[in-house]
Write a protein that binds this ligand. Structure first.
Ligand code: NAD
Length: 470
């Protein structure tokens, strides 16, 4: 850990030098990140294929271009983000300059995960750099090939005094967490999220936790058969189901299930051909441990679609399970694989009740052509994100915040939200030393006249609330 202690010292003194506070430095690093992504696309595609058998289409859309777009969005907007934000003043502060200044925290730690090893490491990095921080990156050891390549490329493109990469698994991560960081951004499971938060608490370091969970998907009687089946199958089987915002399970009536399950089967055939194992577009499970875990989940309920697997290739077919109950293994943990359990409920109310008695999910989906159903689901539940008549795509729009609630996470990022997450919002009031007469009402000896003056000058007047029906 000597090496790490030295690196941390180097980053700290680089931060103190003030260089990261300049817009030129930040935009220079962001430009370098674009170069990294553009000049190494082929290499990045190769390692993603090795780790997850990720196809070019999914790698470009959900990793390389995804990260690149985030950088470009930051470059296009950073000049306005760094501007002090003027705030409303009252009578007492009329003559003062009152504003919020976004300042970097210092040295921040970003811990990534394996399912989207480029996106989930570099997207938060964009926010951290934009906000003017020095950064320690800890890629996931599970996506070995991609993490190794990133650990090689990042020091070649970004300034080593300001951004450092540390590789390693749980032990190395815990060793890093002993040190004091000024902010920690973690993506991964809720279980490890707690460990990270406990370690951060030792230094009272603020954390952002991007976690997982089980994302419910309610399919109403009024659903559109073709689009629902296509969108659900795409969202669940993209990256072989290893997507944190994928629909984790379907809730519907037996009547909907009778129509939906064959339509999903048809969508699977259309997408991946007769045998998805031979499709170049269908990924593989990241490692043996996850493969074995998913094998156990396949035992829940009854296989209605797919169900085949091949250990050597870590292949699990796009699968739909029916006759699943709440107590089955597949409902006890996040699936995080190409398996979609379907559970029966009698009504929308029952679906809402089912969702509300479980942990708050990262995303919640409803498929219905009836706006009232969508509205009821939205108004009566809580989740990090929400999307009707589709899934996953809500997180592609970086003008929406991304993050969980409760067990699915703490804090948000993407676009401007990333900049804010990695900035300390410093409350600033610049006053002149004169105009002392303005202050006489606040000084003792107090009396009712002074009190009334202060009340008049500082009271917030009630304006009433205009409610808008959504
Ligand atoms: P993982 O094994 O890659 O772990 C994540 C990070 O934590 C890695 O960098 C790893 O080195 C570190 N780590 C692992 N064990 C540790 C320990 N005991 N102590 C300290 N650090 C440790 O990934 P995972 O946990 O398998 O990730 C899968 C989970 O991540 C799923 O629940 C998924 O939903 C969630 N996820 C969330 C998002 C999101 O943006 N919200 C994105 C992708 C995945």
């Amino acid at each position: 850990m000597m090496a790490f202690a030295e690196t941390l010292l180097r980053l700290r003194s680089a931060f103190v030098s003030g260089k990261t506070r300049t817009l030129e430095f930040r935009t220079g690093q962001l430009d370098a990140l674009i170069n990294l992504l553009e000049q190494n696309e082929e290499k990045l595609l190769r390692v993603l294929y090795k780790d997850l058998r990720k196809c070019k289409f999914e790698a470009v859309i959900a990793e390389i271009r995804f990260a690149r777009n985030e950088v470009i969005y930051a470059l296009n907007n950073i000049a306005s983000w760094v501007e002090p934000e003027l705030v409303e003043r009252n009578f007492v502060t009329m003559m003062d300059q009152c504003f919020i200044r976004s300042e970097p925290f210092g040295v921040v730690l970003i811990i990534g995960t394996w399912s989207y090893p480029i996106q989930l490491l570099l997207t938060p990095l964009v926010g951290a750099i934009s906000a003017g921080n020095c950064v320690v990156l800890k890629p996931s050891e599970v996506s070995t090939n991609t993490s190794e390549l990133l650990a090689t490329l990042i020091p070649k493109y970004l300034d080593k005094d300001y951004v450092a990469v540390f590789s390693g698994g749980p032990v190395e991560t815990m060793n890093l967490l002993v040190y004091k960081f000024d902010n920690i951004f973690y993506t991964g499971s809720s279980t490890i999220g707690k460990t990270v938060m406990k370690a951060a608490a030792e230094h009272l370091t603020p954390v952002t936790l991007e976690l997982g969970g089980k994302n419910p998907c309610y399919v109403d009687l009024s659903f559109n058969l073709e689009s629902t089946a296509h969108r659900l199958a795409w969202g669940r089987f993209f990256n072989a189901g290893q997507t944190c915002v994928a629909p984790d399970y379907v809730l519907c009536t037996p009547e909907v299930q009778r129509l939906l399950v064959p339509a999903i089967e048809q969508a699977v055939h259309t997408f991946y051909g007769k045998d998805p194992k031979d499709s170049p577009d269908f990924g593989r499970i990241i490692n043996d441990q996850h493969f074995q875990r998913l094998q156990q989940l396949l035992k829940s309920g009854r296989v209605a679609v797919g169900g085949q697997s091949e250990e050597q290739d870590r292949y699990i077919a796009p699968t739909v399970l029916v006759e699943v109950t709440e107590s089955d293994a597949v409902m006890q943990e996040e699936v995080f694989g190409p398996i979609l359990p379907v559970l029966n409920v009698g009504s929308l109310e029952e679906a809402i009740e089912f969702i509300n008695r479980r942990r708050k999910p990262l995303a919640l989906y409803v498929y219905s052509t009836n706006n009232q159903v969508v509205k009821e689901m939205l108004e009566n539940t809580s989740s990090g994100g929400f999307c009707s008549n589709d899934n996953v795509v809500q997180m592609a729009l970086n003008t929406l915040p991304f993050g969980g609630v409760g067990f699915s996470g703490l804090g948000i990022y993407r676009g401007k939200f990333s900049f804010d997450t990695f900035s300390q919002k410093r409350a600033c009031m610049l006053k002149s030393a004169g105009m002392e007469i303005m202050n006489s009402a606040r000084y003792p000896p107090y009396n009712d006249q002074k009190l009334n003056i202060l009340i008049w000058a500082t009271d917030i007047k009630k304006r009433g609330c205009v409610c808008r029906v959504l």
